[in-house]
Design a protein around this ligand. Structure first.
Ligand code: HEC
Length: 497
């Protein structure tokens, strides 16, 4: 027997566990706690939306295997934008190194290490995440959400009692019954119309599907979104004497609950640094897009394009659709031909309708074309399909209906640029209406609207060369005609004032 070779083998055996031990020196205190505290505990602590707490060695150790699974397949932390051309400042995803550390820690049987090395637990505000607001607007009365039934849209009027105009730098929403509050939109009214609607309705608030025409719009909140803290010195404007209208979408969840939500406002002494607004493609969540998805359709594509009439800089993007959407994309094609992908998600998840903030604002010169694409899956094999067997789905407010648009937040150098952008968006909407009238889509237009039905005849008369379509030239009088018809009054604001 060759002794030296045997001892060599023996040495190797000795070395192996030694080497391993060095690799496995990953400990909770030194390596894992910083990852968890930084990336998970915002949601996974008592009172937050995570279904369990991840706040110390014991709670993390207990879930360790599952944590490795959900971080490796990237379901946690929730983040649905694919990596692309533009970096996001609020990107929650973990780095490959962090994901590997979590896996190595579990392989090493989850050692705690030296508790003295554990970083301090981050400080959180318990109620208002971004601190005590300057003003809190709370629904005057609680609203009861039944255990079952269709989704409810309800608008609540809250007088702000402001004696002077105010600029708002941050808004935080505090749901009274987080289990059933799905999303909300904020509006402002100085005309008294919202108060009248409220007085006419016996129950608290009024029907949230009533037109918001005439109300100012200042954004909203969705499950999974963070409080709105405006970047780049931007502010929302609230005129004195405004009533706040909080339009809430409730989704009954099997238990009767009462909701009395609050909105916190952080005011600023400074006006907005620049004019800004939102650019939604297509506008009004695609209400006039003509969405019609047949039962069983596996890949139904909706597309819309909008050309920017003025220079702007976009600083955030948000996508909205219901359960059938799978892939959503927004690209910008600049006048020089350069293409920038502003957002792409191939894992759309209805529960996470968040704002994706760009690390650096993206300059979009006048003439830039924005192309939006949404792919919907209305087949039985889509696990998110709310209806089984699938049914035909069109645009509508219920979560079993569909919607779809992608929205940019954009700032300008001048107010005129912003107004011109709003005007172009209104023309976009008018063009969509002309297309739907041309197709005879009574479902989109409200079949009872006599004025709109008569307009169809009018449009057909404008087809002077009788080729059964409206050429760009024939469209010009059509656009003027629809603009003059007062049709746009049926819609709410197209952007921020
Ligand atoms: C923005 C909030 C948020 C953050 C940040 C977050 N989670 Fe979650 N987590 C949730 C919610 C909400 C759920 C419930 C399931 C769902 O809605 O997807 C969940 C579920 C889970 C689950 C259970 C998954 C299952 O399939 O049942 C695990 C495990 C988990 N999270 C681990 C983590 C870890 C680890 C991190 C950090 C690396 C993290 N989460 C960060 C909100 C969050």
């Amino acid at each position: 027997m060759n002794l030296s070779s045997k001892s060599a083998t023996f040495l190797c055996f000795l070395l192996l566990p030694l080497q391993g031990a060095e690799e496995k020196s990953v400990t909770f205190s030194k390596d894992i706690a910083p990852i968890i505290f930084e990336n998970c505990t915002t949601c996974h602590r008592p009172g937050q939306i995570g279904p369990f707490s991840l706040t110390d060695y014991k709670t993390v150790k207990r879930r360790a295997k599952q944590i490795v699974e959900v971080t490796e397949d990237r379901t946690m932390p929730p983040w649905h934008a694919d990596p692309g051309d533009v970096k996001f400042s609020n990107d929650r995803s973990l780095s490959p190194e962090q994901i590997k550390l979590l896996a190595d820690w579990v392989t090493a049987d989850r050692p705690e290490g030296d508790p003295a090395e554990t970083p301090p637990f981050p400080e959180f505000h318990d109620k208002w995440q971004i601190g005590e607001p300057d003003q809190i607007a709370t629904m005057a009365e609680p609203f009861t959400v039944p255990a079952e039934g269709r989704d409810i849209y309800r608008s609540f009027v809250i007088p702000m009692n402001l004696e002077e105009d105010r600029w708002v730098e941050a808004i935080e929403f505090l749901p009274g019954a987080p289990e059933v509050v799905h999303h909300i939109l904020y509006f402002l009214d100085t005309s008294g119309k919202a108060r009248r609607y409220d007085a006419e309705d016996k129950r608290p608030g009024f029907n949230g599907l009533k037109s918001t025409a005439g109300f100012g719009y200042i954004g909203g909140w969705d499950v999974g979104t963070e409080p709105t803290e405006l970047p780049h010195g931007l502010r929302f404007f609230i005129p004195k004497g405004s009533d706040l209208i909080v339009q809430i979408h409730y989704h009954p969840n099997g238990k009767e609950l009462t909701d009395q939500s609050s909105v916190g406002f952080h005011y600023s002494d400074k006006p907005t640094a620049r004019p800004w607004t939102i650019i939604q493609v297509p506008p009004h969540f695609g209400q006039l897009q003509g969405i019609d998805i047949k039962a069983g359709e596996k890949e139904h594509i909706e597309e819309a394009s909008f050309i920017l009439p003025e220079d702007c800089e976009t600083f955030a993007v948000n996508a909205h659709a219901h359960h059938l959407a799978k892939r959503m994309e927004l690209t910008a094609t600049l006048p020089d031909g350069k293409i920038i992908r502003l957002l792409r998600t191939t894992r759309w998840d209805f529960r996470w309708q968040e704002d994706y903030s760009f690390e650096k604002p993206v300059k979009l010169p006048a003439g830039t074309r924005l192309d939006m694409l949404i792919s919907y899956d209305n087949s039985a094999s889509n696990p998110n399909n709310p209806t089984n067997p699938p049914k035909d789905v069109r645009w509508g407010p219920q979560t079993t209906d569909e919607m779809g648009s992608i929205t940019l937040a954009a700032m300008f150098d001048t107010k005129d640029q912003k107004n011109a952008t709003h005007d172009a968006l209104r023309v976009f909407l008018v063009n969509q209406l002309i297309d739907r009238l041309w197709e005879g889509r009574a479902d989109v237009l409200g079949s009872k609207n006599k004025q709109l039905q008569d307009s169809v005849q009018m449009l057909k008369a404008l087809d002077s060369d009788k080729d059964s379509k409206l050429s760009p030239k024939e469209r010009i009088p059509a656009i003027l005609f629809i603009q003059g018809s007062g049709f746009l009054k049926r819609f709410g604001a197209i952007g921020f004032e």
